[in-house]
Design a protein around this ligand. Structure first.
Ligand SMILES: NC(=O)c1ccc[n+]([C@@H]2O[C@H](COP(=O)([O-])OP(=O)(O)OC[C@H]3O[C@@H](n4cnc5c(N)ncnc54)[C@H](O)[C@@H]3O)[C@@H](O)[C@H]2O)c1
Length: 349
Protein backbone atom coordinates (compact mmCIF):
# COMPACT_ATOMS: atom_id res chain seq x y z
CA UNK A 1 0.00 0.00 0.00
CA UNK A 2 1.38 3.41 -1.04
CA UNK A 3 -1.19 5.69 0.54
CA UNK A 4 -3.95 5.23 3.12
CA UNK A 5 -7.56 6.28 2.62
CA UNK A 6 -9.05 7.28 5.96
CA UNK A 7 -12.57 8.05 7.19
CA UNK A 8 -13.37 9.74 10.48
CA UNK A 9 -16.30 8.76 12.72
CA UNK A 10 -17.29 11.31 15.34
CA UNK A 11 -15.40 14.24 13.87
CA UNK A 12 -15.51 16.81 16.66
CA UNK A 13 -13.02 17.85 19.36
CA UNK A 14 -10.14 15.39 19.45
CA UNK A 15 -10.47 14.28 15.83
CA UNK A 16 -10.19 17.87 14.57
CA UNK A 17 -7.55 18.87 17.13
CA UNK A 18 -5.26 15.83 16.91
CA UNK A 19 -6.25 13.00 14.55
CA UNK A 20 -6.77 15.03 11.37
CA UNK A 21 -3.75 17.38 11.67
CA UNK A 22 -1.39 14.58 12.69
CA UNK A 23 -2.57 12.27 9.90
CA UNK A 24 -2.32 15.13 7.37
CA UNK A 25 1.24 15.86 8.49
CA UNK A 26 2.13 12.20 7.88
CA UNK A 27 2.09 12.86 4.14
CA UNK A 28 0.72 9.50 2.97
CA UNK A 29 -2.84 9.81 4.21
CA UNK A 30 -5.86 10.95 2.18
CA UNK A 31 -9.13 11.59 3.93
CA UNK A 32 -12.07 10.10 2.02
CA UNK A 33 -14.87 11.30 4.30
CA UNK A 34 -15.79 12.62 7.70
CA UNK A 35 -18.86 11.38 9.57
CA UNK A 36 -20.58 13.00 12.53
CA UNK A 37 -24.17 12.98 13.80
CA UNK A 38 -23.93 16.77 13.57
CA UNK A 39 -23.72 17.60 9.86
CA UNK A 40 -22.03 20.98 10.37
CA UNK A 41 -19.30 19.29 12.43
CA UNK A 42 -18.83 16.65 9.72
CA UNK A 43 -18.59 19.37 7.06
CA UNK A 44 -16.12 21.39 9.14
CA UNK A 45 -13.93 18.33 9.68
CA UNK A 46 -14.04 17.47 5.97
CA UNK A 47 -12.92 21.00 5.13
CA UNK A 48 -10.03 20.68 7.55
CA UNK A 49 -9.09 17.21 6.31
CA UNK A 50 -9.49 18.00 2.61
CA UNK A 51 -12.04 15.19 2.40
CA UNK A 52 -14.39 15.31 -0.59
CA UNK A 53 -17.34 13.84 1.34
CA UNK A 54 -19.02 14.12 4.69
CA UNK A 55 -22.25 12.91 6.23
CA UNK A 56 -24.21 11.90 9.29
CA UNK A 57 -24.36 8.15 8.57
CA UNK A 58 -20.99 6.43 8.93
CA UNK A 59 -22.42 3.04 7.94
CA UNK A 60 -23.51 4.41 4.58
CA UNK A 61 -20.15 6.15 4.04
CA UNK A 62 -18.32 2.92 4.92
CA UNK A 63 -20.49 1.02 2.44
CA UNK A 64 -20.44 3.50 -0.44
CA UNK A 65 -16.92 4.92 -0.17
CA UNK A 66 -14.39 2.26 0.84
CA UNK A 67 -11.46 3.26 3.03
CA UNK A 68 -8.41 1.45 4.41
CA UNK A 69 -8.78 2.78 7.95
CA UNK A 70 -11.05 4.76 10.21
CA UNK A 71 -10.38 6.87 13.23
CA UNK A 72 -13.13 7.12 15.84
CA UNK A 73 -13.67 10.03 18.23
CA UNK A 74 -17.29 9.72 19.33
CA UNK A 75 -18.38 9.83 22.97
CA UNK A 76 -17.75 6.47 24.65
CA UNK A 77 -21.27 5.08 24.25
CA UNK A 78 -20.78 4.89 20.47
CA UNK A 79 -17.27 3.37 20.39
CA UNK A 80 -18.46 -0.26 20.30
CA UNK A 81 -20.92 0.10 17.43
CA UNK A 82 -18.58 2.28 15.35
CA UNK A 83 -15.67 -0.13 15.86
CA UNK A 84 -17.80 -3.16 15.01
CA UNK A 85 -19.11 -1.47 11.84
CA UNK A 86 -15.53 -0.63 10.81
CA UNK A 87 -14.36 -4.17 11.52
CA UNK A 88 -17.32 -5.48 9.55
CA UNK A 89 -15.96 -3.46 6.62
CA UNK A 90 -12.54 -5.07 7.23
CA UNK A 91 -10.61 -1.84 7.83
CA UNK A 92 -7.85 -0.87 10.28
CA UNK A 93 -9.25 0.96 13.32
CA UNK A 94 -8.08 3.68 15.65
CA UNK A 95 -10.60 4.22 18.47
CA UNK A 96 -10.26 6.78 21.22
CA UNK A 97 -9.93 5.83 24.86
CA UNK A 98 -11.48 4.38 26.87
CA UNK A 99 -12.09 1.60 24.36
CA UNK A 100 -15.61 0.80 25.53
CA UNK A 101 -18.43 1.30 28.04
CA UNK A 102 -17.89 -2.09 29.67
CA UNK A 103 -15.46 -4.99 29.86
CA UNK A 104 -17.86 -7.18 27.85
CA UNK A 105 -17.94 -4.64 25.01
CA UNK A 106 -14.14 -4.27 25.01
CA UNK A 107 -13.68 -8.05 24.96
CA UNK A 108 -15.96 -8.38 21.93
CA UNK A 109 -14.18 -5.54 20.08
CA UNK A 110 -10.70 -6.91 20.77
CA UNK A 111 -11.73 -10.47 19.89
CA UNK A 112 -13.18 -9.44 16.53
CA UNK A 113 -10.11 -7.32 15.68
CA UNK A 114 -7.85 -10.23 16.68
CA UNK A 115 -9.84 -12.61 14.44
CA UNK A 116 -9.52 -10.26 11.46
CA UNK A 117 -5.85 -9.38 12.08
CA UNK A 118 -6.30 -5.68 11.32
CA UNK A 119 -4.14 -2.95 12.87
CA UNK A 120 -5.82 -1.46 15.92
CA UNK A 121 -4.85 1.60 17.91
CA UNK A 122 -6.11 3.31 21.08
CA UNK A 123 -4.63 6.81 21.45
CA UNK A 124 -3.33 6.69 24.99
CA UNK A 125 -1.61 9.94 24.10
CA UNK A 126 0.76 10.10 27.04
CA UNK A 127 2.59 7.01 25.76
CA UNK A 128 3.96 9.48 23.19
CA UNK A 129 5.34 12.04 25.63
CA UNK A 130 9.13 11.74 25.07
CA UNK A 131 9.81 11.61 28.84
CA UNK A 132 7.39 8.67 29.16
CA UNK A 133 9.22 6.78 26.42
CA UNK A 134 12.59 7.54 28.01
CA UNK A 135 11.30 6.12 31.29
CA UNK A 136 10.11 2.99 29.47
CA UNK A 137 13.64 2.55 28.05
CA UNK A 138 15.25 2.98 31.46
CA UNK A 139 12.92 0.42 33.07
CA UNK A 140 13.46 -2.08 30.22
CA UNK A 141 17.25 -1.65 30.56
CA UNK A 142 16.95 -2.42 34.29
CA UNK A 143 18.21 1.02 35.32
CA UNK A 144 15.62 1.25 38.12
CA UNK A 145 16.15 -2.37 39.19
CA UNK A 146 13.24 -4.40 40.57
CA UNK A 147 10.26 -2.01 40.73
CA UNK A 148 8.73 -1.20 44.11
CA UNK A 149 6.27 1.65 43.39
CA UNK A 150 4.21 3.32 40.68
CA UNK A 151 2.68 6.34 42.35
CA UNK A 152 0.68 8.51 39.97
CA UNK A 153 -1.59 11.50 40.02
CA UNK A 154 -3.59 13.11 37.19
CA UNK A 155 -5.39 16.31 38.15
CA UNK A 156 -7.79 18.58 36.30
CA UNK A 157 -10.07 21.19 37.79
CA UNK A 158 -12.92 21.16 35.26
CA UNK A 159 -15.61 19.76 37.60
CA UNK A 160 -15.41 22.86 39.77
CA UNK A 161 -17.88 25.69 39.38
CA UNK A 162 -21.30 25.67 37.82
CA UNK A 163 -20.36 24.72 34.27
CA UNK A 164 -23.15 23.22 32.18
CA UNK A 165 -24.04 19.55 31.87
CA UNK A 166 -21.85 17.83 29.24
CA UNK A 167 -21.78 14.24 28.02
CA UNK A 168 -18.68 13.61 30.16
CA UNK A 169 -20.84 13.98 33.30
CA UNK A 170 -23.45 11.43 32.16
CA UNK A 171 -23.01 7.72 32.81
CA UNK A 172 -25.25 6.65 29.94
CA UNK A 173 -22.94 8.39 27.43
CA UNK A 174 -19.52 8.38 29.13
CA UNK A 175 -19.70 5.15 31.17
CA UNK A 176 -17.71 6.75 33.97
CA UNK A 177 -16.23 10.15 34.81
CA UNK A 178 -12.67 10.75 35.95
CA UNK A 179 -12.07 6.99 35.75
CA UNK A 180 -12.52 6.65 31.98
CA UNK A 181 -11.49 10.16 31.05
CA UNK A 182 -8.30 10.54 33.13
CA UNK A 183 -7.80 7.30 35.06
CA UNK A 184 -7.60 5.29 31.82
CA UNK A 185 -4.51 7.35 30.87
CA UNK A 186 -2.83 6.69 34.25
CA UNK A 187 -3.69 2.99 34.09
CA UNK A 188 -2.27 2.83 30.55
CA UNK A 189 0.97 4.50 31.69
CA UNK A 190 1.23 2.06 34.60
CA UNK A 191 0.77 -0.75 32.06
CA UNK A 192 3.49 0.73 29.82
CA UNK A 193 6.05 0.97 32.61
CA UNK A 194 5.11 -1.75 35.09
CA UNK A 195 2.87 -4.25 33.29
CA UNK A 196 -0.41 -5.69 34.47
CA UNK A 197 -2.18 -4.81 37.71
CA UNK A 198 -2.87 -8.03 39.66
CA UNK A 199 -5.12 -6.81 42.48
CA UNK A 200 -6.64 -3.56 43.62
CA UNK A 201 -9.05 -1.72 45.82
CA UNK A 202 -10.59 1.58 44.78
CA UNK A 203 -12.77 4.50 45.74
CA UNK A 204 -14.85 6.81 43.52
CA UNK A 205 -16.42 10.07 44.58
CA UNK A 206 -18.64 12.77 43.11
CA UNK A 207 -18.33 16.27 44.56
CA UNK A 208 -20.60 18.26 42.22
CA UNK A 209 -23.95 16.44 42.03
CA UNK A 210 -25.95 18.35 39.41
CA UNK A 211 -25.47 20.79 36.56
CA UNK A 212 -27.56 23.10 34.49
CA UNK A 213 -28.87 21.77 31.20
CA UNK A 214 -27.70 24.26 28.60
CA UNK A 215 -30.38 26.58 27.24
CA UNK A 216 -32.85 25.73 30.06
CA UNK A 217 -33.30 26.53 33.73
CA UNK A 218 -33.36 22.82 34.57
CA UNK A 219 -30.67 20.91 36.37
CA UNK A 220 -29.70 17.31 35.69
CA UNK A 221 -27.88 14.88 37.98
CA UNK A 222 -24.19 14.09 37.56
CA UNK A 223 -24.06 10.30 37.86
CA UNK A 224 -20.35 9.71 37.25
CA UNK A 225 -17.28 10.07 39.45
CA UNK A 226 -15.36 13.34 39.72
CA UNK A 227 -12.53 11.48 41.43
CA UNK A 228 -11.12 7.98 41.54
CA UNK A 229 -8.36 6.48 43.66
CA UNK A 230 -6.81 3.07 43.22
CA UNK A 231 -4.48 1.15 45.49
CA UNK A 232 -3.05 -2.13 44.30
CA UNK A 233 -0.23 -4.40 43.32
CA UNK A 234 1.30 -5.18 39.94
CA UNK A 235 1.95 -8.72 38.72
CA UNK A 236 5.68 -7.98 39.17
CA UNK A 237 5.09 -7.30 42.89
CA UNK A 238 5.43 -3.49 42.78
CA UNK A 239 2.82 -1.45 44.64
CA UNK A 240 0.60 0.92 42.66
CA UNK A 241 -1.20 3.99 43.89
CA UNK A 242 -3.12 6.10 41.37
CA UNK A 243 -5.39 9.11 41.73
CA UNK A 244 -7.32 10.76 38.89
CA UNK A 245 -9.39 13.82 39.57
CA UNK A 246 -11.49 16.57 38.01
CA UNK A 247 -11.50 18.51 41.28
CA UNK A 248 -7.91 19.59 41.75
CA UNK A 249 -7.77 23.37 42.19
CA UNK A 250 -5.43 25.20 39.87
CA UNK A 251 -4.83 22.19 37.64
CA UNK A 252 -5.68 22.23 33.95
CA UNK A 253 -4.10 18.96 32.89
CA UNK A 254 -1.33 17.91 35.24
CA UNK A 255 0.22 14.46 35.58
CA UNK A 256 2.98 13.34 37.86
CA UNK A 257 4.04 9.73 38.29
CA UNK A 258 6.93 8.55 40.42
CA UNK A 259 8.30 5.11 39.60
CA UNK A 260 10.72 3.62 42.09
CA UNK A 261 12.86 0.52 42.21
CA UNK A 262 15.74 -1.10 44.10
CA UNK A 263 18.33 0.72 41.95
CA UNK A 264 16.72 4.08 41.33
CA UNK A 265 13.71 6.24 40.74
CA UNK A 266 12.19 8.53 38.12
CA UNK A 267 9.56 11.25 38.16
CA UNK A 268 7.52 11.73 35.00
CA UNK A 269 5.77 15.11 34.91
CA UNK A 270 3.81 15.98 31.77
CA UNK A 271 4.67 19.67 32.06
CA UNK A 272 8.29 18.63 31.32
CA UNK A 273 7.60 16.73 28.12
CA UNK A 274 11.17 16.08 27.02
CA UNK A 275 12.93 15.76 30.36
CA UNK A 276 12.70 13.17 33.09
CA UNK A 277 13.80 13.65 36.69
CA UNK A 278 15.93 10.66 37.70
CA UNK A 279 17.96 9.31 40.59
CA UNK A 280 19.79 6.28 39.23
CA UNK A 281 22.42 4.00 40.68
CA UNK A 282 24.18 3.66 44.03
CA UNK A 283 26.17 6.90 43.80
CA UNK A 284 23.00 8.97 43.40
CA UNK A 285 20.50 7.01 45.54
CA UNK A 286 22.96 6.98 48.48
CA UNK A 287 23.01 10.78 48.34
CA UNK A 288 19.30 11.29 47.50
CA UNK A 289 20.41 13.33 44.48
CA UNK A 290 18.17 13.90 41.47
CA UNK A 291 18.95 15.31 38.03
CA UNK A 292 17.11 15.96 34.77
CA UNK A 293 17.72 13.51 31.92
CA UNK A 294 16.94 14.57 28.33
CA UNK A 295 14.85 12.39 26.02
CA UNK A 296 16.60 11.31 22.80
CA UNK A 297 15.38 11.91 19.24
CA UNK A 298 14.05 8.32 19.08
CA UNK A 299 11.68 9.10 21.97
CA UNK A 300 9.89 11.75 19.89
CA UNK A 301 7.05 10.01 18.08
CA UNK A 302 3.85 11.44 16.64
CA UNK A 303 0.93 9.38 17.92
CA UNK A 304 -1.12 9.12 14.72
CA UNK A 305 1.98 8.54 12.57
CA UNK A 306 2.55 5.33 14.54
CA UNK A 307 -0.90 4.13 13.43
CA UNK A 308 -0.37 5.18 9.79
CA UNK A 309 3.19 3.78 9.59
CA UNK A 310 1.99 0.43 10.93
CA UNK A 311 -0.67 0.17 8.22
CA UNK A 312 1.81 1.10 5.46
CA UNK A 313 4.43 -1.34 6.80
CA UNK A 314 1.84 -4.13 7.08
CA UNK A 315 2.93 -4.65 10.67
CA UNK A 316 1.47 -7.47 12.74
CA UNK A 317 -1.32 -6.02 14.91
CA UNK A 318 0.45 -6.97 18.15
CA UNK A 319 3.53 -4.95 17.16
CA UNK A 320 1.54 -1.72 17.07
CA UNK A 321 1.17 -0.10 20.45
CA UNK A 322 -1.02 0.91 22.17
CA UNK A 323 -3.49 -1.44 20.47
CA UNK A 324 -6.93 -2.88 21.35
CA UNK A 325 -5.24 -5.47 23.60
CA UNK A 326 -3.91 -2.59 25.73
CA UNK A 327 -7.33 -0.90 25.55
CA UNK A 328 -8.90 -4.15 26.76
CA UNK A 329 -6.41 -4.49 29.62
CA UNK A 330 -7.13 -0.90 30.74
CA UNK A 331 -10.87 -1.68 30.55
CA UNK A 332 -10.31 -4.77 32.73
CA UNK A 333 -8.71 -2.56 35.39
CA UNK A 334 -11.49 0.05 35.07
CA UNK A 335 -14.07 -2.69 35.55
CA UNK A 336 -12.25 -3.91 38.68
CA UNK A 337 -12.06 -0.33 39.99
CA UNK A 338 -15.84 0.09 39.62
CA UNK A 339 -16.55 -3.27 41.28
CA UNK A 340 -14.23 -2.48 44.18
CA UNK A 341 -15.65 1.03 44.61
CA UNK A 342 -19.16 -0.47 44.74
CA UNK A 343 -18.42 -3.25 47.22
CA UNK A 344 -15.44 -1.90 49.15
CA UNK A 345 -13.66 -5.21 48.51
CA UNK A 346 -10.26 -6.00 47.01
CA UNK A 347 -10.57 -7.37 43.47
CA UNK A 348 -8.19 -9.93 41.92
CA UNK A 349 -7.66 -9.44 38.18
N1 LIG B 1 -6.44 10.73 23.87
C1 LIG B 1 -6.73 11.83 24.50
O1 LIG B 1 -5.89 12.45 25.14
C2 LIG B 1 -8.14 12.37 24.42
C3 LIG B 1 -8.40 13.74 24.66
C4 LIG B 1 -9.73 14.19 24.53
C5 LIG B 1 -10.74 13.29 24.20
N2 LIG B 1 -10.44 11.97 24.02
C6 LIG B 1 -11.49 10.98 23.69
O2 LIG B 1 -11.98 11.29 22.39
C7 LIG B 1 -13.36 10.92 22.30
C8 LIG B 1 -14.17 12.13 21.87
O3 LIG B 1 -13.97 13.20 22.79
P1 LIG B 1 -14.09 14.72 22.29
O4 LIG B 1 -13.52 15.54 23.37
O5 LIG B 1 -13.53 14.85 20.92
O6 LIG B 1 -15.67 14.86 22.25
P2 LIG B 1 -16.54 15.88 21.39
O7 LIG B 1 -17.86 15.94 22.07
O8 LIG B 1 -15.79 17.15 21.15
O9 LIG B 1 -16.68 15.16 19.97
C9 LIG B 1 -17.44 14.00 19.79
C10 LIG B 1 -18.10 14.10 18.42
O10 LIG B 1 -18.77 12.86 18.15
C11 LIG B 1 -20.02 13.18 17.54
N3 LIG B 1 -20.90 12.01 17.73
C12 LIG B 1 -21.59 11.67 18.83
N4 LIG B 1 -22.22 10.49 18.64
C13 LIG B 1 -21.91 10.08 17.39
C14 LIG B 1 -22.26 8.95 16.61
N5 LIG B 1 -23.03 7.98 17.08
N6 LIG B 1 -21.80 8.87 15.34
C15 LIG B 1 -21.00 9.85 14.84
N7 LIG B 1 -20.64 10.95 15.53
C16 LIG B 1 -21.08 11.05 16.79
C17 LIG B 1 -20.48 14.46 18.18
O11 LIG B 1 -21.42 15.16 17.40
C18 LIG B 1 -19.16 15.20 18.33
O12 LIG B 1 -18.89 16.02 17.20
C19 LIG B 1 -13.71 10.35 23.68
O13 LIG B 1 -13.51 8.96 23.65
C20 LIG B 1 -12.70 11.02 24.60
O14 LIG B 1 -12.48 10.31 25.79
C21 LIG B 1 -9.16 11.52 24.11
Amino acid sequence: MERIRVGTIGSGGIVQAIHIPQLLSHGKVDFAWCADIDEATAAGAARKAGAPRWGTDYRQLLRDHPVDAVTIGTPHVSHHDAVMAALDAGVHVCCEKPLAMSLAEAEAMAAEARRLGVVTFVPFSYWFVPAARLLKDLIDEGALGRLTHVNGYYGQGNAFGDGPMRWRFQKAIAGSGALGDLGSHLISLTHLWGGRIARLTAQMKTFVHDRQVEGTSERAPVDVDDDVQLLGELENGALVNLSASRTYAGRANFQRVEVSGFDGGAVYDNSERSRLEVCLGQAWTARNQWAMMQALPRHHLTQMHVFADAILAGKAPVEVLPNFEVGLEVQRVMDAVERSARTGAWVEL
